[in-house]
Design a protein around this ligand. Structure first.
Ligand code: BGC
Length: 729
């Protein structure tokens, strides 16, 4: 386990003694300097910043400077500051570095923990070679609202998926041991509840009852902590009326006391200053006090600690013990990373490996949503292919939300890849719209003409990279600009029509979908998205991605997620419509909409392939689970089509019935990506122990209450057959 390896690499006792010795020698200014993180390193280093580093004014810099600046700044800190305390350089290395992999929501649709871990490792190799030692990833906020722009950066709606894949990212970023030159300290963010922003509006308040907080929102954070994540970042939002950045319940009671986390906690950008905007503190001094007492070690960007903690000490509103506790956590991180011991920058890796991983991850993240009459894959013998749409050839949009280090020159677009594959003269290209939000239809006639001249149309639709991510919430989930009209117009050509949708969130595009014969949902697929999509379109690879977030039919259904509780009046399949002029029918009184089907457009876990898979009935190895034992849940999965492909097999559980609380209709408990050859069958098994079934009960105890449980092995959250088993006292 990573934790053990880290501790072994840097003996804990020795580190604590070295910290004790330093704390004795540090002035209060030096301590507050350690607690301060700045964005203003600037290139080239000014005399002023050099002097500040000598004086120990900063403990860390984020998202600033180039590799040479960082090296020089570190040299000054180590050699010319009074105590030789190193700096730590942080950066948002979120989905790749110079070579960009799909946005995290896309990565998660691969359900491939090993590949995701490898992508994080490669980003770490590239970033550490540039003198970066800390990334602000993974973001493991549960996101159940596609209006929220940061759903792009999340691993979706499910705590099990976010736990497993978030932990894979932590392992990838940090590598074998934190003190290695190529280890990038990870950061579990944003702690906590950020994804539950009311109305899907970024930074907005979150109200999460403790039972839901612990069962769903905190679970991936606990998993990150158990994997040995080096740091946590506090969230911007209020959680149950207390800002997360001044929240002692989250930071002291849970993170430190319950979970025994001994890494470092950083605030989010300016979040300590913003405590006053929340109305939680009266001014910056009060904000410094509340954040420090709550347990925030390092302040990102705002300067409340440096400006006010001295005065708070004088007034005895905080103690030196509080300050030393924060500084200790910061220094411990720096020791663990080997920064005191002159850790070198890592060697620059070659791009080949990163490009390969980016291509594989882009391929595995694409979800086939629709494929009428097996239109896809297309045949390479096709005559002419019309490639239309604003995202067919947009290098920057393809890279997605967090790609500040992404090198646009490396990006291979679908247009380029298709031209390479088919030859330029067989690809007829018209962007039709200047950008994703372009509302002008002026170029449509040309696009329509090309559609008429071609044998099939591939439309590249979706969102610009800047439409998702931080502060990019949307009130509508439609295809933006005139894209839906474009679909409508091109449909009149009567040619087979395929859409590849690149977006940072689930979109709701029901009417367009009806006009399309096939839909590949590609998220923002990163540097290698173009070739990955071209190969999928023409069957060199088969789609295997599955949704990690529910797609609504309309924004009016939001929030909609698969692991909901049952109502007392669950709707039936055809419950829809208003009884006009007829007597009221008691059967209408169900939990439905009168104007829209209550089910999602595409359920969580859903995704098609170019072959078909059949699942046998789910089986259980024993009727009862004893406290020490386990049961095996199994099903046979068969590739009943004509080609080899991967299938993501999912295990869901519900229950118990009759416990102290009502339980979700289903919860994901496991998944496996299996590779099957055409015609092959495979037994897929999952073992369940009692601990795997644990949840928070009405007394806020974490355990699996006795009773009847149900398990499904299924291709998605809406299908599959179930078996029952009991858990005794
Ligand atoms: C974001 C964080 C990010 C930080 C530093 C903030 O605005 O919420 O996720 O790590 O900026 O760029």
């Amino acid at each position: 386990m990573l934790v053990a390896a880290n501790l072994a690499a840097a003996p804990a006792v020795n580190i604590e003694q070295r910290i004790d010795a330093l704390l004795k020698r540090m002035t209060i200014e030096e301590k507050l300097g350690q607690m301060s993180q700045s964005t203003s390193l600037a290139t080239p280093l000014s005399d002023e910043i050099k002097q500040q580093i000598r004086q120990g004014r900063w403990g860390s810099f984020l998202n600033t400077g180039n590799a040479a600046d960082r090296m020089e700044a570190q040299r000054i800190a180590l050699q010319e500051s009074r105590l030789g305390i190193p700096l730590i350089f942080g950066r948002d290395v979120i989905h790749g570095y110079r070579i960009v992999v799909p946005i995290p929501l896309g990565e998660s649709a691969s359900w491939d923990a090993d590949l995701i871990s490898r992508a994080a490792r490669e980003a770490a190799l590239a970033a550490t070679a540039d003198g970066i030692q800390w990334t602000f990833a993974p973001m493991i906020d549960i996101a159940r609202d596609p209006r929220w722009g940061r759903i792009a950066e999340s691993l979706g709606e499910d705590p099990h998926v976010a736990s497993v894949l978030g932990a894979a990212m932590v392992r990838g970023f940090q590598g074998e041991s934190l003190d290695r030159a190529d280890s990038l300290a990870a950061c579990a963010k944003h702690y906590a509840g950020y994804g539950a922003a009311e109305g899907g509006r970024d930074y907005n308040s979150a109200w999460i009852p403790e039972i839901l907080l612990r069962d769903v929102y905190l679970r991936p954070f606990r998993a990150a902590r158990d994997t040995g994540v080096a740091t946590f970042m506090t969230a911007f939002n209020t959680l149950n009326a207390v800002p997360a950045t001044g929240n002692g319940f989250l930071l002291r009671d849970i993170l430190r006391n319950e979970w025994k986390f001994d890494g470092m906690v950083v605030s989010d950008y300016d979040a300590i200053a913003e405590l006053t905007a929340h109305g939680y503190t009266s001014d910056a001094r009060d904000a410094a006090r509340k954040a420090l007492l709550a347990g925030v070690d390092m302040e990102m960007v705002s300067t409340a600690y440096f400006d006010w903690v001295k005065s708070l000490l004088q007034a005895q509103l905080v103690t030196m013990k509080d300050v030393d506790g924060a500084v200790r956590n910061i220094l411990r991180l720096k020791f663990r990373l080997g920064l005191f011991d002159g850790r070198p920058a890592a060697a620059k890796p070659s791009d080949a490996q990163a490009l390969d991983t980016a291509g594989r991850l882009a391929t595995e993240s694409v979800v086939l949503l629709k494929n009428s009459n097996g239109l896809l894959p297309l045949k390479k013998t096709i005559g002419k292919l019309a490639v239309i749409g604003p995202l067919a050839d947009s290098r920057t949009d393809q890279m997605g939300t967090w790609s500040m280090d992404g090198d646009a020159r490396e990006v291979r677009t679908p247009l380029a890849a298709l031209r390479e594959m088919l030859g330029s003269d067989r690809v007829l290209y018209a962007p039709a719209l200047k950008s994703a939000i372009d509302a002008s239809t002026a170029e449509f006639p040309r696009a329509l003409r090309l559609a008429h001249e071609s044998d099939a149309v591939v439309l590249f639709l979706g969102e610009a990279a800047t439409m998702s991510g931080e502060a990019r919430s949307r009130a509508f989930l439609n295809l933006p600009g005139a894209q839906e009209e474009l679909v409508e117009r091109l449909a009149s050509a009567g040619k087979p029509m395929i859409a590849v949708i690149m977006a940072g969130r689930p979109l709701a595009f029901h009417r367009s979908a009806e006009k399309l014969d096939a839909i590949l949902y590609a998220w923002h697929p990163g540097t290698m998205g173009g070739p990955a999509i071209a190969h999928l379109l023409f069957g060199d690879s088969a789609p295997s991605g599955k949704l990690t977030v529910t797609f609504p039919r309309s924004v009016g259904q939001v929030p909609i997620y698969y692991a909901h509780l049952s109502t007392g009046r669950p709707p039936g399949a055809n419950d829809l419509g208003v009884p006009m002029g007829t007597r009221e029918n008691p059967q209408d009184y169900t939990s439905r909409y009168i104007d829209l089907d209550f089910t999602p457009e595409y359920p969580f876990g859903y995704g098609l392939s170019y072959t078909t898979f059949e699942y046998s009935a789910t089986r259980v190895s024993a009727p009862a689970l004893t406290s020490a034992g386990s049961v095996t849940i199994s099903a046979q999965v068969a590739d009943t089509g004509h080609r080899d492909a991967d299938e993501v097999v999912q295990l869901y559980v519900s229950g118990p019935v009759g416990g102290s609380v009502a339980r979700p209709v289903r919860e994901l408990k496991g998944f496996k990506r299996v590779h099957l050859k055409a015609g092959q069958r495979q037994m897929v098994e999952f073992s369940i122990r009692r601990a795997d079934l644990a949840y928070y009960n009405s007394r806020m105890e974490f355990s699996a209450e006795p009773g009847n449980y149900r398990a499904w092995i299924a291709p998605d959250s809406a299908r599959g057959t179930s078996v029952e088993f009991t858990v005794g006292n």
